[in-house]
Design a protein around this ligand. Structure first.
Ligand code: GRF
Length: 219
């Protein structure tokens, strides 16, 4: 087994996506290992998940900093201290400065609960329903300074049902998120991705490896 890429996961809340990444990177053949979890909130349940998995964590409370730049500087220092090579945003509810984002260009991933470029921003499930969308889903992408933009790695498609509420739809999307994020991380950590303009190309795809999860496609 080769050296594993050192990953930090940034959270603000429940951390169910963090859990999916913890579980996936526990596999002996994973190209990644999580070396740090950072939360900007001390009460984030994800911190408990990190502790249970024996992964070090830090709380960096944004309210202790005068502005975004000093918060991001502290965050960057914490990441560098443990030799972070890739950053995964997983329900991290802070806007990051352009300087910080650029310092992790092509090395920072985010998961967003919509099929980007549709429905950037908040309340994606309610907005998809209000728009009458027939399909919805999630996107794992490389992070660029503009919110919820950047080269797409993996998407998961969830059909909208006639009687859906935002909550029901969100729950089905979240399940798919948990399958998409580990896949995207493995792709990047295994060094098989290359960004060409605003798209990601994958070299040496593995047999059966898909960049889209869809209910009509067999795994
Ligand atoms: C997920 O829906 C994710 O797409 C969004 O925030 C939510 C985080 O959930 N960015 P969790 O903390 O991973 O459970």
């Amino acid at each position: 087994m080769g050296r594993r890429v050192r990953v930090a996961v940034l959270i603000s809340g429940g951390g169910s996506n963090l859990q999916a990444l913890i579980d996936a990177t526990a596999a002996p053949d994973s190209a990644a290992r999580i070396v740090l979890v950072v939360s900007n909130r001390a009460d984030a349940f994800g911190l408990e998940r990190a502790a249970r998995a024996g992964i070090p964590s830090r709380v960096i409370d944004h309210r202790m900093f005068p502005d975004r730049a000093t918060f991001d500087a502290a965050l960057g220092a914490a990441l560098r201290e443990v030799g972070t090579e890739l950053v995964c945003l997983a329900g991290f509810l802070r806007i990051l400065t352009t300087d910080f984002v650029e310092s992790w260009r092509d090395r920072m991933l985010n998961i967003h609960p919509s099929l980007l470029p549709a429905f950037r921003g908040l309340d994606t499930h309610a907005r998809a329903l209000a728009a009458g969308a027939r399909v919805h889903g999630c996107t794992v992408h490389l992070v660029r300074p503009e919110l919820d933009t950047g080269p797409i790695l993996v998407q998961g498609v969830v059909p909208v049902q006639g009687d859906d509420t935002a909550e029901r739809l969100a729950a089905r999307v979240l399940e798919v998120e948990h399958r998409c994020y580990p896949r995207a991380l493995e792709l990047v950590a295994s060094g098989r991705t290359e960004t060409l303009g605003e798209t990601v190309q994958v070299r040496d795809p593995r047999p059966g490896e898909r960049l889209v999860l869809h209910p009509l496609l067999r795994e």
